[in-house]
Write a protein that binds this ligand. Structure first.
Ligand SMILES: Cc1cc2nc3c(=O)[nH]c(=O)nc-3n(C[C@H](O)[C@H](O)[C@H](O)COP(=O)(O)OP(=O)(O)OC[C@H]3O[C@@H](n4cnc5c(N)ncnc54)[C@H](O)[C@@H]3O)c2cc1C
Length: 427
């Protein structure tokens, strides 16, 4: 029994590392890792797919990542802020209300308490219903419309249930009067590789699961008898089972005779691409923040991460670093901007907002990622079901963020890959 694993990102490699059967990972790039790759240049380390941290509500995937990294590990404490009207407000916003100007603080608290919104039917209504008009209009709606690059009234709210609870009334009142509280406590403390960025995790997995064919871009997936033939247009590989962790559009694109309704549903699945602007600053320790969230519509990045504060090894002696994350879609204004223009916009914007002094800039680079975020529009559940049902019927097993087309983080990728390995090991 030989298992073909399509894609050498976190999901594919975790599956491989947990299989007791013969396997081969087929990865299109020369380097594995997908969204979990890191760039090391001029003494700086940046994560390609935006700043990544290791956290979870569940202990098992955290233990798995921590064990994989062994000694190469640091533990950090979140110090995120929301940049609102020039003030760095404690994150999550509802836990930092006393940082706001008095009128804004009052409006957030008043509308949180006097919340008469009916049961919600979409993501925007859910934000108003859960947090009230003040927090919704000042932060959550503009911020979410930036990161999702989509109208929140046209987004589904199914993914909020269980993920983001209504903040306790005591906490919001304490936050407004300035008594310290913490929200999203499952990611208050996090782990991160000491050296090598998040790709260190990938490297540890590659060491454990070395049967990988790199630069094998899967373009044909054909069922033949009881098995499969997978091709990159140059060579063929045969497997008894196939697990696809590559984007679902690539899976269907490699199959023949896909029914029209499945292609139509696939084309309606929305995703966002990502532009990361990585900057090096020739000054030590410019701040002690882990990330800044930016709801301001005039400035393109939705979030700035500070790798220098995840691990001191991420920067050369005496320097600082940050990564600006910008979501976009093919065809929009941002997507078509040149790297130089994006860098100029980000540097000028950070300078104006006093996060950096532009004269200290000593390194800049842009990385673009096609598949970064799954966007839950109102038709998502219907369309994803059509696509998944069809693929289940073909016998291809789906696992991972863009194969299952679900907004999942590293922890869920790991949980699902390990669960699948248990099933395949039994079979
Ligand atoms: C901005 C951002 C920040 C994030 N931050 C965090 C965080 O802090 N913590 C966290 O837990 N998670 C975070 N995540 C989520 C995390 O990156 C993903 O959940 C995880 O990396 C997904 O892994 P994957 O293997 O399923 O997919 P991918 O990483 O997309 O891997 C798929 C692999 O398949 C390969 N491939 C694609 N097409 C083909 C083909 N045709 N043939 C062969 N190979 C192919 C790709 O090259 C890639 O290596 C973040 C994501 C983003 C976008």
């Amino acid at each position: 029994m030989k298992i073909g694993i399509l894609g050498g990102g976190l999901t594919g490699l975790t599956l491989a590392a947990n299989l007791e059967k013969d396997y081969e990972v087929l990865e299109k790039d020369a380097v594995c890792g997908g969204l979990c790759r890191s760039l090391q240049e001029e003494g700086f380390t940046f994560d390609y797919g935006g700043a990544h941290i290791i956290f979870s509500r569940n202990q098992a995937p955290v233990d798995f990542m921590v064990n994989m990294l062994g000694e190469n590990l640091v533990r950090g404490r979140r110090n995120n802020k929301v940049l609102f009207k020039g003030i760095l407000v404690k994150y999550p916003f509802e836990n930092g209300l006393s940082d706001l100007a008095k009128q804004d603080n009052f409006e957030c608290l008043y509308y949180y308490l006097k919340n008469e919104y009916p049961s919600p039917t979409n993501f925007k209504e859910w934000i108003y219903y859960t947090f009230g008009k003040g927090i919704a209009e000042k932060y959550l709606v503009p911020y979410n419309e930036k990161i999702w690059n989509y109208d929140t009234a046209r987004m589904s709210m199914h993914w909020m249930e269980g993920r983001v609870p209504r903040p306790p009334i005591e906490d919001v009142i304490k936050s407004a009067v300035g008594i310290e509280t913490e929200g999203y406590t499952h990611q208050l403390y996090f782990f991160y590789p000491k050296t090598g960025g998040i790709q260190a995790l990938i490297k540890a997995l590659e060491y454990k699961a070395p049967n990988i064919s790199r630069e094998f871009n899967v373009t044909r997936i054909v069922k033949q008898g009881a098995g499969w033939v997978i091709s990159d247009g140059k060579g063929e590989k045969r497997f008894d089972e196939v697990v696809a962790t590559i984007p679902v559009a690539d899976i269907l694109g490699a199959m023949s005779e896909v029914p029209q309704d499945v292609s139509t549903a696939l084309n309606k699945l929305r995703y966002n691409s990502l532009i990361c602007v990585m900057l090096g600053i020739a000054k030590p320790h410019i701040n002690d923040m882990t990330a800044v969230y930016i709801p301001d519509r005039e400035f393109l990045p939705n979030r700035i991460g500070f790798p220098m504060n995840f691990s001191a090894d991420n920067v050369p002696e005496g320097k600082s670093s940050l990564v600006a994350e910008i979501t976009c879609n093919k065809g929009d204004r941002v997507y078509d901007m040149s790297d130089e223009d994006v860098i100029t916009h980000v540097v000028e914007g950070l300078h104006e907002r006093k996060i950096i002094d532009k004269k200290d800039l000593c390194y800049s680079k842009v990385m673009r990622t096609k598949y970064a975020y799954v966007v839950y529009d109102l038709e998502y559940l219907k369309n994803v079901k059509i696509v998944r049902d069809y693929l289940v019927q073909t016998g291809v097993i789906l696992c991972g963020r863009f194969a299952e087309f679900e907004y999942i983080n590293m922890d869920a990728c790991i949980e699902r890959a390990i669960k699948l390995a248990v099933v395949l090991n039994r079979g």
